[in-house]
Design a protein around this ligand. Structure first.
Ligand code: FES
Ligand SMILES: [Fe+2]
Length: 370
């Protein structure tokens, strides 16, 4: 390991804020481990008011290049065991993992047979579009209960080098599409730079961060509380922050635009400084656990030219902000009746908006606060 890797992760760009004092003595490697470490002695999901169900929408599962043709993988998201595979036709399919025959987990040891998923135990073969059993190599007849649809099949889309699955607690069909981001597949832009975390909290609390203006000063150490222009769409939201930013070329007008398309597709564009696209992949594993992968891409011309230092610093800075928030998110409850003061951002409005992502007969998402 080089000295560079071992130097403490803190740096001069963050004025002392309380949470950073928890983290600043860690080496880079220690910080990396801390980001995904288990968190012992957590209060229960119920005690933290996190038993509010999962909001419906498109969510990232894997990078497209993490699932080759003919490959099967196990996943766990939304408190469910899943098996995902890519058929010989190149299409991705996903079903709940347990076989209807004797209950084997098909994500572990299952095989792709043509476009079907073959269970490792007795080779029953599942159709990932129709959700039924198509072949049982050793039987003359397929039992009628599995000849018809017997499994949940997850709608899948691929975009931005990512495989997305549609989650809905009642199995309803998708209400909108994944948004394609041109930079994500542009050859003039870099390969994804990745940073990964486990967050021991809820998606709704994490999403609320963008409209929580006061925390930027106290958690992230910004000099002022950012003014954000907010747009509220049918399924998506947008927040635009304009700020003067210092660069090696002098002061520039920087624009940071954070957009969401449903609760599960989130991205941030940085313009003016070094162009950067952050695709924030956040998928619930349990009601108090999120799998978070941040993927960054930047124009190759800026990543490799005189702007290289700045390009790197932007990524480091955003990752650091997430570290700082994580200290709070890991332990906070969901407060359904928050006491809001006049300096706060539009938190009640956010909650009212967010309530559209919960199915009517599922949990409320704490919307009594709106
Ligand atoms: S358990 Fe899957 S084929 Fe028997
Ligand atoms: Fe934050």
């Amino acid at each position: 390991m080089s000295d560079q890797e071992n130097k403490p992760a803190g740096d001069a760009r963050t004025p002392p804020v309380a949470v950073w004092q928890v983290l600043e003595k860690m080496t880079k490697d220690e910080l990396k481990d801390w980001r995904v470490a288990p968190l012992d002695n957590r209060p229960s999901v119920e005690e933290r008011n996190l038993d509010i169900g999962y909001p419906f929408g498109w969510y990232p599962m894997l990078l497209s290049n993490e699932l080759a043709v003919g490959e099967v993988k196990p996943l766990r998201y939304f408190s469910q065991e899943l098996a995902i595979w890519r058929g010989e036709d190149g299409e991705v399919r996903m079903v709940d993992a347990y076989c209807k025959h004797l209950g084997a987990h098909m994500g572990h040891g299952g095989k792709v047979h043509g476009n079907l998923l073959e269970c490792p135990f007795h080779a029953w073969r599942y159709d990932g579009n129709e959700g039924n059993v198509k072949e049982i190599p050793y039987a003359r007849a397929i039992p009628p209960q599995v000849k018809r649809k017997c499994k949940d099949v997850w709608p899948i889309q691929e975009a931005n080098q990512i495989i997305w699955a549609w989650y809905h607690p009642n199995g309803d069909a998708p209400l909108y599409d994944v948004v394609a981001l041109p930079e994500a597949t542009d050859a003039e832009w870099t390969e994804f730079d990745e940073c990964t975390w486990k967050i021991w909290g809820s998606l709704q609390n994490m999403g609320e961060n963008g409209v929580d203006f006061a925390h930027f000063k106290y958690i992230h150490g910004t000099a002022t509380m950012p003014e954000s222009e907010l747009e509220w769409g049918e399924w998506g939201r947008k927040g635009i922050v304009r700020a003067k930013m210092g660069t090696p070329q002098g002061e520039v007008d920087g624009v940071i635009t954070a957009t969401s398309n449903g609760p599960g597709q989130n991205w941030v564009r940085f313009e003016g400084i070094c162009e950067t696209l952050l695709i924030a992949c956040i998928t619930p594993v349990e009601q108090d656990q999120l799998h978070v992968r941040y993927f960054y891409t930047q124009p190759k011309s800026q990543k490799e030219g005189p702007m290289a230092g700045l390009a790197k610093a932007i990524i480091a800075d955003v990752n650091k902000q997430l570290d700082q928030d994580k200290v709070v998110w890991d332990r906070m409850i969901f407060e359904p009746n928050p006491i809001i003061c006049d300096g706060d951002g539009p938190i009640p409005k956010y909650r009212q908006f967010y309530s559209r992502y919960y199915a009517e007969d599922s949990a409320s998402g704490g919307n009594e606060a709106a």
